[in-house]
Every structure is written in structure tokens, then in C-alpha cells.
Design a protein around this ligand. Structure first.
Ligand SMILES: Nc1ncnc2c1ncn2[C@@H]1O[C@H](COP(=O)(O)OP(=O)(O)OP(=O)(O)O)[C@@H](O)[C@H]1O
Ligand SMILES: [Mg+2]
Length: 500
């Protein structure tokens, strides 16, 4: 039987630099096919070719054995190829149904919104999701938005479903739910392509796995009989050992948060009472199911959102409650936000500008009258090399063109290069390959050894458990319990779900 999707000898370059070269790929109907490879290996680019978004310079595409030429995403949808992208493409002020309708207006417009709402409900039910077609995208959590994306693509008729790092933005529990749904879809004959950096997902949920390196596929393996070690070696060329936290006595209280209350933009109070402190040389982990106030807590701690009540005290600076992001930055607070392009980077600006933004006014790169372009370039170039941000061929290139993981590395390079006193890190390893993930963990531990106070908020419980000195579990806007390392995974997990 011919493969549902086959790509042969694909080549695609950007500004003369090849992102894909002789890339081959095949997925069969009824299988979950994982696509693995380091940041910048070309996974998203290859899938964008299959989804009709990028026109390849060379290579052939076959659907069910028949050669096709895709002139655009609509063409790919007509061939029943659908893709859920790494950065979602939903229109935020619109409702779920309106978004689905926008993507499917041709064939089903005649039936209108009502019919669309009915179809969304049916599709959601079949997948085991609860989705209200009338809610606005803004009001939905990341996991819910992702379900909308999947429903949108399936209602357009996709039977080759490409999911680009779907679990990067999900909690463990949400990820297992999604992957179980994915298995159901495969059992019904869909070819599911799952791009991921999580090796455990590959061995537990995929049938086969293609490993990419440097723009081409280097191996296709049976996912069930391979090991995480073998996959890592193929993907990054070496073995990766995660860094370990050395025990060391913490110093003085660096940041103290007392009775903090924060509301979302719509007025809903999501942080009800956050009380904790972090000492110099300490990592304070905040575990919890996503959507329990973590994002708003981070926003309040980094000056993006003013709290309604409570206080934040910073050692040496006194009360900094409600201080602006700029002031907090000047006081030595670094921030690695979970929403890369929302808060972390200005996609339209160059790599240099993104690196130096926030320091231009500090006279570090010239005075307020002029900026020292040469030293900006030098500092940015050094950091890009040191933090292994790949795919930067020109420091003036827009940061939006970096691969997902490399964009995250650029933020991390910027934030760590300032010797911060306090680091607020929200899902810092999101979207990073195994090696980059280990490198970020090592940076956090080095900053801890150098005396920084670190707040680590993460949906990834293992990340929190392995790095933190103390762990607060956040549920319903409160730190419901605190654990001292080494904390028992199940005990932490119980508080997470019990109070949620
Ligand atoms: N539209 C674009 N313009 C310029 N360069 C691009 C574009 N899209 C991708 N690239 C480059 O192509 C290379 C491969 O990127 P791609 O996004 O395919 O990697 P990836 O394997 O998906 O990585 P990640 O795991 O970080 O998401 C990178 O160097 C990236 O900068
Ligand atoms: Mg990608």
C-alpha cells in the first residue's frame, strides 16, 4: 500500500542557507509517526512544505502514491493534509465557531454558524474534548486553543494530520489526553505526524519515528523498540546527561511575596493569595496544573501586570509592588516568559535589537543621545555563539524567522547575560531539544551557585522536582503546600490535583 504522505528529496533554503536538503519522509495511514530532531533541524520547515506553506526548490510530494504539486495551504487542505502549527493561528477576539468557519468557509458557508457549532460539538465529543463553540479564543487556555486548532483541521477533512510540538505547551496530564486522542485518530485511519522533543512520547505513543539532523532525515526507526538514549544520539550526535543540583546553603532572603492578588484582563482574580520567599542561591519551584494563576503571578512579578493587593519586597530595593517592568529590570530581575512571541521577543525586530532591548536606556550601549551600534552587535554576536542560537546567519535578520527552540534560546541568552539577581523563569525549556534543555538547566544551576534567587514556574513536574530546593504547589491562585527537596513526586502530584 502506498504511503499516505511521502516527501522525497526535498530542498528548501532561506536567504541562500539550506534549511532542508535531500529530506525524505513517509507516513502511513493508521500510524502515529513521530518526527524528532534538534532545534533548527528542519522539522517545521519540512512539515510546512507538506502543508503547502513553503514551496520547495526541489523534491517531490506524493499523497496516497499520487504525485501532487501544492500551490498553497488551500491546496494541501483539498488533499486532506492539515497542520496545527507551533505558534497557533487563531483569531483571538473571535469565537471558536467563527474561527472554524473562517478556515472552512468555502464548502460549508451555506450552513452558517449554527450548523458549524453543531459540527464542532460533535467533533469535540468524538475526540473526548469539551469545547464550547461560542467561547472567545481569548478566554481559552492554551490546551483549549489547541483543541480548537485540531477540531478546525479535522472539520476541514484532514486525514493526514500534522501536529508541530503539540505537547510543548501542555501539562503532563493534558499531553497524555491529547496523545490518547491521537491514537484514536490513527486507529480510525488517519496518518498522524507528531513533531516532538519528548523522547518518552515517542516510545510510548508513536509507531515509527523519523530523526532529522541538519535538514535531512538520518534514520527511521520502530518507535517501540528504540530507546531514549539511541534517539538522543541520533538526534544530537552525543549522549546528554542532565545536570544535577549540588547541595549548598542558601543565603539571605532576596525576594518576598506576601498575600499577592492579581486579576486577569477580564477582571477575574486568578492569583488569590500567593505567599512565598526565595533566598539567594536558591531555586523555588512552583508546580501546578496550568491555568491556576501561574501566568498572572509571573506577570505581576515581572511588572507586566499590577497586583490588586499584597506586596513584593526585593532585598536592597524595599517594596517593589507594582513597579514597572523597566524598573524591575534595572533592579536585576530577569524574566523568561512562557509566551515567546507575546512577551519575550518582538518578532519583527532584528536579533540584535531583541538582544539589546531593555538595556539601551542603561547607558550600557551608549548614552541616551546615541546608541553604540558596534558594541550592541558585538555583545549580541557573542551571546548568540555562547548560547548556541542556531540559524542566525545575519544579526539583522528578524527574530520571527528563527526556529521555535532557537527563538527561546535567544531570550535565554539575553536574560542570562546580565548576571541577574533574581530570575523569574516560566517554562524555560519549552520547545528546546534535549541538549538545549540540559544546557538551560545547567545555566539555572550556575546562576543559583552564583547567588541568584530563582523562581521556576513550570508545567513540567520533573523539571521542577529535579532543579528546585523548595517547591510550592499552586492551585486556584494559592500556594497550597510547600515541599523541601527531595520532594516525593506523588505527594506533590496529589496536591496539584486534589486542590485544583
Ligand atoms: N521563514 C523562514 N525564513 C528564514 N529562515 C527560516 C524560515 N523558516 C525556517 N527558517 C530556518 O530554517 C532552519 C530550520 O528551521 P525549522 O523551524 O524547520 O527547525 P525545527 O526543526 O522546527 O526547530 P525547532 O525544534 O526549534 O522548532 C532554521 O535555521 C530556521 O531559522
Ligand atoms: Mg519547529
Amino acid at each position: 500500500m502506498a504511503a499516505a504522505l511521502k516527501l522525497a528529496g526535498v530542498r528548501k533554503s532561506f536567504d541562500g542557507f539550506p534549511a532542508l536538503d535531500h529530506a525524505d519522509f513517509e507516513a502511513e495511514a493508521g500510524e502515529v509517526h513521530a518526527l524528532l530532531g534538534e532545534n533548527g533541524a528542519g522539522k517545521s520547515s519540512l512539515m510546512n512544505v507538506a502543508a503547502g506553506l513553503y514551496a520547495p526548490e526541489a523534491g517531490r510530494i506524493f499523497v496516497d502514491g499520487e504525485e501532487v504539486v501544492l500551490t498553497g495551504p488551500r491546496d494541501a487542505i483539498a488533499r486532506r493534509i492539515g497542520m496545527v502549527h507551533q505558534e497557533f493561528k487563531l483569531v483571538r477576539p473571535f469565537t471558536v465557531a467563527e474561527n472554524v468557519l473562517l478556515a472552512n468557509w468555502r464548502g460549508r458557508f451555506a450552513h452558517g454558524l449554527r450548523e458549524m457549532e453543531r459540527q464542532i460539538r460533535t467533533q469535540a465529543e468524538q475526540l473526548g474534548f469539551a469545547v464550547d463553540p461560542r467561547s472567545r479564543i481569548d478566554e481559552l487556555s492554551i490546551a483549549e486553543r489547541q483543541r480548537v486548532e485540531i477540531i478546525k483541521v479535522l472539520l476541514a477533512g484532514a486525514r493526514i494530520l500534522i501536529l508541530d510540538e503539540p505537547t510543548a505547551v501542555l501539562t503532563d496530564e493534558e499531553a497524555v489526553r491529547l496523545l490518547t486522542t491521537v491514537r484514536t485518530l490513527a486507529a480510525r485511519g488517519t496518518a498522524v505526524i507528531l513533531v516532538t522533543h519528548k523522547l518518552g512520547e515517542v516510545t510510548a505513543f508513536a509507531d515509527r519515528v523519523t530523526v532529522m539532523r541538519g535538514g535531512r532525515a538520518v534514520a527511521v526507526l520502530d518507535a517501540r523498540s528504540t530507546t531514549a538514549d539511541e534517539l538522543t544520539k541520533l538526534a544530537v550526535g552525543t549522549r546528554v546527561t542532565p545536570p544535577r543540583r549540588a547541595s549548598s546553603p542558601p543565603g539571605a532572603r532576596r525576594i518576598a511575596v506576601e498575600g499577592l492578588q492579581v486579576a486577569r484582563a477580564d477582571g477575574h482574580m486568578t492569583v488569590v493569595d500567593a505567599t512565598f520567599h526565595v533566598r539567594a542561591g536558591e531555586i523555588y519551584g512552583i508546580a501546578g496544573v496550568g491555568g491556576n494563576g501561574q501566568t498572572e503571578l509571573v506577570e505581576a512579578l515581572t511588572g507586566v501586570r499590577a497586583p490588586l493587593a499584597g506586596s513584593v519586597e526585593l532585598d536592597g530595593a524595599g517594596d517593589t509592588t507594582g513597579a514597572s517592568a523597566e524598573r524591575l529590570r534595572d533592579l536585576g530581575i530577569a524574566s523568561i516568559p512562557a509566551d515567546r512571541f507575546g512577551y519575550g521577543l518582538a518578532g519583527g525586530l532584528s536579533v540584535i535589537d531583541n538582544f539589546c532591548v531593555g538595556q539601551v536606556h542603561t547607558a550600557f550601549y551608549g548614552s541616551w543621545l546615541w546608541t553604540d551600534g558596534a558594541s550592541m552587535r558585538k555583545a549580541a554576536t557573542r551571546a548568540v555563539a555562547e548560547f548556541d542560537v542556531q540559524g542566525v546567519h545575519n544579526m539583522r535578520q528578524k527574530s520571527a524567522l528563527l526556529s521555535g527552540g532557537n527563538a527561546q534560546k535567544l531570550i535565554i541568552a539575553r536574560e542570562f547575560s546580565r548576571d541577574p539577581k533574581v530570575i523569574i523563569a516560566h517554562s524555560p525549556s519549552r520547545g528546546l531539544d534535549v541538549r538545549a534543555c540540559a544546557a538551560v538547566h545547567e545555566r539555572l544551576l550556575n546562576a543559583r551557585a552564583a547567588g541568584a534567587a530563582i523562581v521556576l514556574i513550570s508545567d513540567d513536574l520533573d523539571e521542577v522536582l529535579s532543579l528546585s530546593d523548595r517547591i510550592g504547589v499552586m492551585t486556584r491562585g494559592r500556594i497550597a503546600a510547600e515541599f523541601i527537596a527531595p520532594a516525593d513526586r506523588q505527594a506533590v502530584g496529589r496536591v496539584m490535583v486534589h486542590h485544583a
